[in-house]
Design a protein around this ligand. Structure first.
Ligand code: AMP
Length: 330
């Protein structure tokens, strides 16, 4: 099949690299050329909200998927008029808004940090009174890797946080004193079959995923996370790979956010699992059966940002694999 990917970052690149052995072809769509995805697949350049260009893209593929969850929902719906689009635009819509996402978790009986939508300074003061401090103030939309966030330790932090973020729709979240962070990556096929990878444990530095180890073995948490995942996948009538990130507080799982796509915390599955998250996403969106998610053994994924390590020194160690995204270090 011809698979179109909207967004041509490293995830598109890794999806294409996983899908070629299955005989698929790829076409990636992004705002510029020379992207990580555009280095391994033909690309179309266009704005994410250009209906004409999006339709030209759709006319050249059999199915569309995403490497970026912030593609405008209206664009996803335009594409869906011409070609199957997975995950469904509704999943993007929910994942693009931290409040909608948490409302969905709550409706499905999945615990979250206490939260409140904030659009005025009065809302902010009210949220601080009701939920308390410390807390995190985040933009509802377009936040990633700790961007668009302000940490509130005491009442004196409210005013500067408002100066920094006010004017955009915000979410106020009670600070969760978590013991660790874990994520569950799962895939649902077009027929509704669901497979789950083992839980992964994630460590963030400055809001960015720094390293992941998997499997993180904890049976009660695994069962709880899978139960939550199945509810979300079914509520959204989802096809493809979905990741949910959780805080672990004692024996409790609190959902922080979800990514309606392959996820950084699932990169270990490339060499660490029988079938990678990328291959399973490609299989799901093309209607193929899903592959085994079993771990081949313990794995660690380390994310290098800014400075690239010396490749030779790394690869001299047996069992180490390197995935260069083809980006210019900044
Ligand atoms: P996010 O962009 O929501 O994934 O946040 C990035 C990271 O900030 C998370 O992985 C946590 O380490 C931390 N964080 C976010 N929200 C909270 C919260 N409500 N309580 C404690 N830590 C948080």
């Amino acid at each position: 099949m011809r698979i179109g990917i909207v967004g041509a970052g490293q995830l598109a690149r890794m999806l294409a690299l996983a899908g070629y052995p299955l005989g698929h072809q790829f076409l990636v769509y992004d705002r510029s050329t020379g992207t990580p995805g555009g280095q391994v697949a033909p690309d179309i350049v266009g704005a994410f909200d250009d209906p004409g260009q999006l339709r030209r893209f759709a006319s050249q593929v059999d199915v569309v998927t995403f490497d970026w969850e912030n593609v405008p929902v209206a664009s996803a719906r335009i594409l869906a008029e011409d070609v199957p689009v997975w995950p469904p635009p509704r999943a993007l819509e929910v994942a693009q808004d931290r409040v909608a996402e948490k409302n969905l978790f709550r409706r499905l009986g999945i615990g979250t940090a206490p939260y409140a939508a904030v659009s005025t300074q009065t809302d902010l003061r009210r949220a601080a009174r009701r939920i308390g401090l410390p807390a995190v103030l985040k933009t509802r939309r377009m936040g990633y890797d700790g961007k668009g966030q302000a940490w509130l330790r005491d009442a004196a932090d409210l005013e500067p946080a408002w100066q920094q973020l006010g004017g955009e729709p915000l979410i106020y979240e009670g600070f969760v004193a978590f013991g660790r962070e874990v994520s569950l990556v799962s895939a649902r096929s077009r027929d509704g079959d669901i497979v789950h990878y083992p839980l992964a444990e994630n460590h963030h530095a400055q809001g960015i995923l720094s390293w992941t180890r998997a499997p993180y073995v904890n049976e009660p948490l695994r069962r709880a996370a899978e139960r939550h995942m199945v509810r979300v996948l079914e509520a959204l009538d989802y096809t493809g790979v979905l990741c949910i990130e959780f805080f672990v507080r004692g024996r409790e799982l609190l959902a922080n956010e979800m990514a309606p796509r392959v996820h950084n915390s699932g990169h270990w599955t490339i060499e660490g699992a029988v079938t990678s998250q990328f291959e399973n996403h490609v299989r799901a969106v093309t209607g193929m059966p899903l592959g085994s998610t079993a771990a081949r053994g313990p794995a660690v994924m380390v994310n290098f940002i800014g400075d690239m390590p010396d490749a030779d020194a790394l690869l001299a160690r047996p069992g180490v694999h390197l995935h260069d995204y083809g980006k210019t270090p900044r």
